[in-house]
Design a protein around this ligand. Structure first.
Ligand code: ADP
Length: 274
């Protein structure tokens, strides 16, 4: 019997239920009046101009906006990779802005899972070892880490590939490994930075289907994307422009990636789903 992964207090043992979870009242993200200024020579760049945003447990949010609008800066703030010039950021009940560097790193490891455009897997490690990496700093015995790694890989349909090297896998499979790695510590928040940016359109929808399934069993996801087609699978879209939130809209009927895949036209260049 494998140990279940807990997403926001909800357990699943590798099999993902299809029931939608309504957003809970507890916010995972509470950003208030966040400002980030960069100095560039003698001038100041106002990258974020008093951003306020609340994201509840169980939301699936797309962040969009043109180049230079402040998305990466905001992603770095949400990911506890940088500190704002002023304002408040409460992540799952913890005020982030007053933490020291090592406390930030600790918080990142415990509460956040990251998915990147370029997958960021270590080539010299096999898939399971890559997925186990975020647990390396915790005092978790190896058998438990292996077990959790296998459950996370099962959740993305790759349990059978755990001893493969990343380079032996397709881009879509590598991104699924990266999703398993993001899940393995049962984070409060998954941050996805252009997760489909390096993938063809069908593989992108496969990745969105996995993210939608995880969201349906409780994962809170904030996904940064340039692509409206990808944002259409999310239940809320926040658009940045010139360092402010230009719009913030809920989508009560997001597209279903599973349905899109079921109706996908047969095509020679579609990547094989493992
Ligand atoms: P986006 O991700 O939407 O393209 P960014 O957050 O990267 O936007 O950038 C917002 C603004 O902040 C831009 O004007 C950019 O040039 C500036 N900026 C970002 N990072 C730095 C930095 N480290 N130093 C100076 N200016 C920066």
């Amino acid at each position: 019997m494998t140990e279940p992964i807990h997403l926001n207090g909800r357990a699943h043992a590798g099999t993902l239920a299809d029931t939608a979870v309504p957003p809970q009242p507890q916010p995972v993200i509470q950003v208030t009046d966040m400002v980030k200024d960069y100095s560039r020579g003698s001038s100041v760049v106002h990258a974020l101009r008093s951003i306020s945003l609340r994201v509840q447990t169980g939301e699936f949010v797309a962040v969009m906006g043109p180049s230079g609008s402040g998305k990466s800066t905001f992603m770095n703030m949400l990911g506890c990779l940088d500190r704002p010039t002023s304002g408040s950021y409460v992540l799952d009940g913890v005020e982030v802005t007053s933490l020291k560097r090592d406390q930030l790193a600790d918080l990142r490891g415990k509460k956040l899972g990251f998915i990147f455009q370029g997958f960021n897997l270590l080539a010299r490690m096999n898939v399971l070892e890559n997925v186990m990496l975020p647990m390396v700093y915790g005092a978790i015995p190896t058998p438990i880490r292996q077990q959790r790694g296998k459950v996370a890989l099962d959740a993305v349909g790759l349990a059978s590939r755990m001893y493969h090297r990343p380079m032996e896998m397709s881009g879509g499979q590598q991104q699924r490994v990266a999703i398993a790695r993001a899940l393995v510590n049962a984070p409060s928040l998954i941050l996805a930075d252009e997760p489909t940016g390096n993938l063809d359109s069908r593989t992108s929808v496969e990745i969105m289907a996995i993210l939608q399934r995880l969201n349906q069993v409780g994962a809170t996801i904030v996904l940064f994307t340039h692509e409206p087609d990808i944002a259409a699978y999310c239940s809320r879209t926040v658009v940045f422009r010139d360092g402010v939130i230009q719009s913030d809209q809920y989508n009560s009927r997001p597209l279903s990636a599973a349905e899109a895949l079921a109706n996908w036209p047969t095509s020679g260049d579609a990547e094989e789903a493992a």
